[in-house]
Design a protein around this ligand. Sequence first.
Ligand code: ZN
Ligand code: ZN
Length: 358
Amino acid sequence: MTDERVMMLLESLGHQELEGMIITRPENRRYLTGFSGSAGVFLILKGKGHLFVDSRYIEQAQEECPLLEVILVESVDFGTSAQIVDLIRDTRVGALGFEADHLTFDQHRVLSEKLPFVTLKPMHQLVEDHRRIKNPDEIARIREAAVITDRAYGRIRPCLRPGARERDVCTEIQYQLRKEGSEGESFDTIVVSGARSSLIHGQSSHKEIHAGDTVLMDFGAVFQGYHADMTRTVVMEKASSKQREVFTLLLKAQEAALSLIQPGVTCEEVDTAAREVLKEGGYGDYFTHGIGHGVGLAIHEAPRLKKGIAIPLVSGMVVTVEPGIYIPGEWGCRIEDLVLVTDQGCEVLSHSPKEMEV
Ligand code: ZN
Ligand code: ZN
């Protein structure tokens, strides 16, 4: 599985005239090696991969990466452990790539000081670009994460009643995610209600949920490293005609985006499709973020579905479709589904009911 990925990366490195690359971003390290620990350095030098871990992870790494050379180091920090730097020097690489948006300033300084004869080249999204398209194994894991997310949502209904606090609902979602088999939360679960529901990424508070409040819940499970992401908005007890009107428009906007998704359509076009519907309905100004994002080993990854991203969708991409309408100081709503791009179009992986529930 991972050999194929390393081969793909080697090919990319060849195009960049690089003899190696140092991988520090956890998701990329996991993608290339299969190692799921939280600390480690993956080094590719002249076509050969080396995984450096400290004593906390040595047993796990050897088990997870049987085909890889796993090297025990005192610390995976290049500043305190000489082994990583020594190997780069001894292999006599001329040009080494690094992840420009992950290697820290200090790490870069140490490498430049200790390896004056090596040209360090910043690489942007090199591994991330490969991660955009998922293989069947990755799709199966994301599908399971989505199933767990749906099951958890199905179990929180009793908790959604007037007088409940946002924090209570949030805790219940977290508990049910775990109970249904999630490794954790994809991100900090969002539960915001009433006037607070216009906070796009608000934190749940001690606010009580009252009749007439919209309740926006955004959360997701993690299964074998892969994430799910879903948002549902409900109205507590009685919905106003404006809430109904806005909600219908939002569903229509999401449907416009979903029906467009198929290989070859660009990310931007999907965003525009939903935006146009909201604009026509008079709520264009209240949709202030992109329509979606890729999901995989990271909760937010390439491709971004927003204005200016001309990347065409490809079968095997997993993205969210999440239009929202946020009226500051009043209320907000968002519907978010996880979607797999297929040869024929797309498959929605989120199955929780999304029609306005009261
Ligand atoms: Zn979300
Ligand atoms: Zn999302």
